[in-house]
Design a protein around this ligand. Structure first.
Ligand SMILES: Cc1ncc(COP(=O)(O)O)c(C=O)c1O
Length: 419
C-alpha cells in the first residue's frame, strides 16, 4: 500500500486545483472589467444615483422570471431583508435548519424573533418537512428553507405545509444557484428568496446579496429596509422621513458591476460544476467507505460543495482522519463542513448579546440547545467532508481527486486495518 501524504508520502494531487480563492477558480474576464470601468467612469459609485445595481436587479429578476429583485451588501443582509419584510412581532418563531451558514439565522435574532431548529432529512441534510410540522407552534410565522451545498429542500412538502398553516416560506439559495426542483429554479417557489455573492459562492462580487420575490408588499418593505426605510420619492433632504427601524444594506456600484457580469455566467458555471461532479460520482462507484452526495430525484443539484459521505462505524473521529488525509493529498476541503449543528454555538448555549439578560431566549425561547436536539443533523455531520467544488475543474483534475479519495479509503478501510 502506498504511503499517504499525511504519513510522509507524495501528494496524489500535485498541481494547484482551481479554487474559489484564486483566479483559476473564478470566472472574471473582460465582461466584469468593462462594467467596473463603466461604473468608475460614471463618477457615481452609490446605488442611489448610479445605474449598475439597478441594471443588476432588473436583469436578475428577468432571469428568474420574477417581477422584483433587490441587490444588497451581503448574503446575510439578503436573508435579513427577507425576514424584515415580514414585520414580525417580538418572540415570533421562524423555523431554521441546524446545518447552514450562521448568516441564515442571525437575521431572525436581529428582528427579536426566535429561531426554532428543526431536524434534517438524513440523506439531503436539508429540512425534513415532517419534523418541521412537529416543531410548529402558534407563534410560528415562517420557514427558512436552506438549499444546502446545491441540494434543494423538499419544496413540494414545505410549500404545502406553509400554505396549509399560513406561514411565509423563505428560500435561502446562497449555496444553490440554478438548482432545480421539479423543473423550477431555486428561489422561485418560496414567497421571498435570497442569494449570497460572497467570494466562495458559484458567482461572486466579493461580498453581496440578492433578494427576489413576486410579492409586491414583501418587496416594498424589504427594499425600504435595505435603505434606512427612507422612501426616496421626496427629493429634499430636509423632508426625509424614516418609516421604521432598518439598515443601510445598499450594494455599491462597483459590487453591482461585477455582479452584473457574473449573473450572466451562472447557468454555464452550474452546468460545468454538474459535469465534474457527475464524473466524480462515477469514479467513486467502486471505492469502499465513501458515498457521493445524494441527489433527490425531484431535483437538479448545483454543487456548491461536493459532500463526500464517509460511511464507517468508527464515526466522527474516522471522518476527521479521512478528511485531514484527503486535504494532505491536495484536495481542498472543509473537513466535516461545520463540525457541530449551529445550536451548539455559544450564540445559543451561552447567550451574551444583550448584557447578561439572555434576551431574546430568556423572554421567549423554548428549545434547549443540547446535543440530541436534531439527531439526524448530528449524525450526518459526523459523516461529511465538504470538497470545495469548482466549475473550472478539468476531467484530469477530477481523476486526481478520485485517486486521492481512493488512496485514503484503501488506507482507512476496515479490511486494511484488520491486516
Ligand atoms: C446558506 C447561506 N446563507 C447565508 C449566507 C450568508 O452569506 P454572506 O456570507 O454573503 O453574508 C451564506 C454564506 O456563506 C450561506 O451559505
Amino acid at each position: 500500500m502506498n504511503t499517504l501524504a499525511i504519513e510522509g508520502g507524495l501528494k496524489t494531487v500535485r498541481e494547484a486545483l482551481p479554487h474559489f480563492q484564486n483566479a483559476a477558480g473564478r470566472t472574471f474576464d473582460e465582461t466584469e472589467e468593462g462594467l467596473v470601468l463603466e461604473a468608475l467612469r460614471s463618477g457615481c459609485l452609490s446605488k442611489n444615483g448610479g445605474s449598475m445595481v439597478k441594471r443588476l436587479e432588473r436583469e436578475f429578476a428577468a432571469m428568474v422570471e420574477l417581477p422584483f429583485a433587490i441587490a444588497c451588501s451581503s448574503g446575510t443582509a439578503a436573508v435579513h431583508l427577507c425576514v424584515a419584510a415580514l414585520d414580525l412581532e417580538p418572540g415570533d418563531e421562524v423555523i431554521v435548519p441546524p446545518i447552514t451558514d450562521i448568516g441564515s439565522i442571525l437575521p431572525v435574532l436581529w428582528q427579536n424573533a426566535i429561531p426554532v431548529f428543526s431536524d434534517v432529512e438524513p440523506r439531503t441534510m436539508t429540512l425534513d418537512p415532517v419534523d418541521v410540522e412537529r416543531r410548529l407552534t402558534k407563534r410560528t410565522r415562517a420557514i427558512i428553507a436552506v438549499h444546502l451545498a446545491g441540494q434543494m429542500c423538499d419544496m413540494d412538502s414545505l410549500r404545502s405545509l406553509a400554505d396549509a398553516r399560513g406561514l411565509t416560506l423563505i428560500e435561502d439559495c446562497s449555496q444553490a444557484y440554478w438548482a432545480e426542483h421539479n423543473g423550477r429554479l431555486a428561489g422561485t417557489i418560496g414567497d421571498i428568496s435570497c442569494f449570497s455573492l460572497q467570494q466562495s459562492k458559484h458567482i461572486t462580487c466579493g461580498e453581496g446579496g440578492l433578494v427576489v420575490t413576486r410579492n409586491r408588499r414583501l418587496f416594498q418593505r424589504a427594499a425600504l429596509f435595505s435603505d434606512k426605510a427612507w422612501p426616496r420619492d421626496i427629493h429634499t433632504l430636509g423632508a426625509a422621513r424614516f418609516l421604521f427601524l432598518s439598515q443601510n444594506y445598499r450594494m455599491s456600484e462597483l459590487q453591482g458591476a461585477v455582479a452584473l457580469g457574473q449573473i450572466r455566467k451562472v447557468k454555464d458555471v452550474v452546468g460545468r460544476r454538474r459535469h465534474a461532479a457527475e464524473l466524480l460520482d462515477r469514479l467513486l462507484a467502486d471505492v469502499p467507505m465513501v458515498n457521493p452526495p445524494y441527489v433527490s430525484p425531484k431535483t437538479k443539484h448545483s454543487y456548491w460543495l461536493y459532500f463526500l459521505r464517509v460511511k464507517d462505524a468508527r464515526g466522527a473521529a474516522l471522518t476527521q482522519q479521512f478528511g485531514e488525509a484527503l486535504v494532505a493529498e491536495g484536495v481542498p476541503a472543509w473537513v466535516r463542513y461545520i463540525v457541530d449543528p449551529l445550536y451548539r454555538s455559544p450564540l445559543f448555549t451561552k447567550p451574551a448579546t444583550y448584557g447578561t439578560s439572555g434576551y431574546p431566549f430568556s423572554e421567549w425561547g423554548t428549545q434547549i440547545f443540547e446535543p440530541g436536539l436534531c439527531p439526524n443533523a448530528e449524525r450526518a455531520l459526523d459523516e461529511v467532508i465538504a470538497i470545495h467544488w469548482n466549475e473550472n475543474l478539468k476531467d484530469s483534475h477530477v481523476h486526481q481527486i478520485a485517486a486521492a479519495i481512493s488512496a485514503v479509503a484503501s488506507r482507512y478501510s476496515p479490511a486494511a486495518n484488520s491486516i
